[in-house]
Design a binder for this molecule. Sequence first.
Ligand code: SAM
Ligand code: MD0
Ligand code: SF4
Length: 359
Amino acid sequence: MEHAASDVRDLCRRALAGGLLEEAELGALLSTRGETAEVVFTAAREARARRFGDAVFLYGFVYFSTYCRNECAFCFYRAGNDESPRYRKSLDEVVAICRGLAASGIVLLDLTMGEDPFIHDDPGYGGLLELVTAVCDGSGLPVMVSPGVVPDEVLAGLRASGVDWYALYQETHTPELYARLRTGQPFAARVAARRAARRAGLLVEDGMLTGIGDTAADRARAIAAMRAAAWEQVRVMTFVPQAGTPLADVQTSGDEAELLTIATMRLAMPHALIPASLDVDGIRGLERRLNAGANVVTSIVPPALGLAGVSQAELDIDEGQRTVAVVLPHLARLGLRPGTVAEYRAWLAAAHLRSEVPA
Ligand code: SAM
Ligand code: MD0
Ligand code: SF4
């Protein structure tokens, strides 16, 4: 249901004043259109500016293995899809890629993989731990790992190896929709893995998909769940249909829902890191996402190394359009600037202190 502009203004004012909006009120922000939506975007930029000033953090993305044992309905890399490019980079290749990314001016390396049986079938995950240790030591930068669901001991091992972040997206906090998307993967196990990661001392990112059968009420529920968990980073990405998958022919309807979700997340969780992903609409989609209140740019990928994106396997990568150099002028046009590694490390240190679970 669409609400009057005056109601939406009032909700934004309350959120900016530190008030806790109820789930239905989050739904009202998510249902705005046109000029009323602009009110929400403006408030979200104000919330970002108060917490983060003009700093935006740039993240490098390394999809180091595209093999996967799972069958997520939305994913290009689901098991059995022979249309997607499969590769597994060696430790030396990954370290070299990460060094190059580090030199280009990013503040974090996101090491992402499918649930590659080669890695997941090793009970101690020795190969993964060796890889992340080499990247942490070799790059000198904070590291995020997106390995899928792994045992609690492995989460502790990742932290001990120097990793700061565990990324694991629920996609939706509506169990019936989840069951259709992450086929064969228990909802509760995914929720539990994020909680275990926090207990292991890792910072956590949760995320949702939109344009995949979700309603504004589903998105409001997801935001309320993420806020209740107080995850340090939260994201939304618009579903991009993939060849060779069950959802290949789904009709898409633009990125308005994603933008409103970014803005509503910003108002509900003003202190959170919220990505603008280059993996949905490439560089041309960046300014819209920053204008909605995002304060991180993710999926910066170096060209010509055979690396893929997750939802856009190729878009802008080999054209060199997913690089720091290409992102910077867009930040400048919006009066923003890249956050430094020192600023990022200070943010991480404070976040680790806040997230410490009382014994
Ligand atoms: N395999 C691990 C996992 O699934 O947790 C790590 C990869 S995870 C970071 C890949 C994420 O990209 C998914 O959780 C989903 O949110 C997003 N994604 C995958 N396919 C997508 C698509 N077709 N359109 C939009 N987002 C997609
Ligand atoms: C991104 N394609 O940053 C990546 C990915 C995994 N942690 C992140 C979804 O947009
Ligand atoms: Fe595998 Fe992750 Fe893709 Fe699901 S989203 S099929 S777990 S790579």
